[in-house]
Design a protein around this ligand. Sequence first.
Ligand SMILES: Cc1ncc(COP(=O)(O)O)c(C=O)c1O
Length: 289
Amino acid sequence: MNYEKLKGLIWFNGKLVSARSAKLHILSHGLHFASVSFEGIRVYNGEAFLLSEHIKRLFDSSKMLEIKIKYTRDEIANACKKIIKTQKLKEGYLRPVVWRGGQSMAPGIKNAKINLAIAGWEWPIYYSNLAKKKGIKLTTTKWKRPPVECAPVKSKCSGLYMICTLAKHEAEKKKYDDAIMQDLDGNVCETTSSNIFFIKNGNIETPIADCFLSGITRKTVIKICNKQNLNIKETKINFKKLKSYESCFITGTAAEITPVNKINKIKYDTNNNILKKIMNNFEQLKKQN
Ligand SMILES: Cc1ncc(COP(=O)(O)O)c(C=O)c1O
């Protein structure tokens, strides 16, 4: 899909405007200096999934960029609902985005205009049903996650996706589905758009989210595990440890829960009972939406 040709309406600074006319200026600060925060929200059965969690994160990410959103959380939630209705979304996706306007062409920018737009489109699946069954393939990348002192690493802000795009391209060139990113000490962090979990001897482990996004789906999976009395631990996972695990899966708004069948040459079982249990529980949550 060419998103520049999206049909219908976009909520743009408080008004519904035609998607074709919802434009930002070439000299927007956000475009040049990455002063942009955004969200990705799934719509299941005509309702936004975990909407308040996503709106809270939009505020948290914006705050990390010293951006003050002038709308309330309720106003943004209502705007999301309006887009679901006007775009007639059943199984879809919402993309709220916040950016600084063009009041300066230098990094420092005080009193910039803060813009907020929300687009939505029908988007039933990201990874195919086959991938959900057989798993996806991950590979390593030369791009490392920056440490917390070097970037607002816990935000969902566009600047951090520069390395994700490069890592994803690197993986695709090697015929893998995605890249697994590490920190500067060789600890596993996340993929380019999802978090990662491992299973061994009935125990589930996921990296401590110290220099990457602790996704909303990641938190949902941790809650599922706790509720189901599954043994889940957040811990440092050095890349060298990866061959010791039996199963692996990724989590994200787009990926949902998708098994991983391979990281480089290491193979993983995609039929693991615990993995299936977590996937089933997540499907139940979606149905309750
Ligand atoms: C870099 C990155 N990590 C993790 C995630 C997973 O986060 P969530 O579950 O909130 O979608 C995403 C997707 O938003 C992401 O882009």
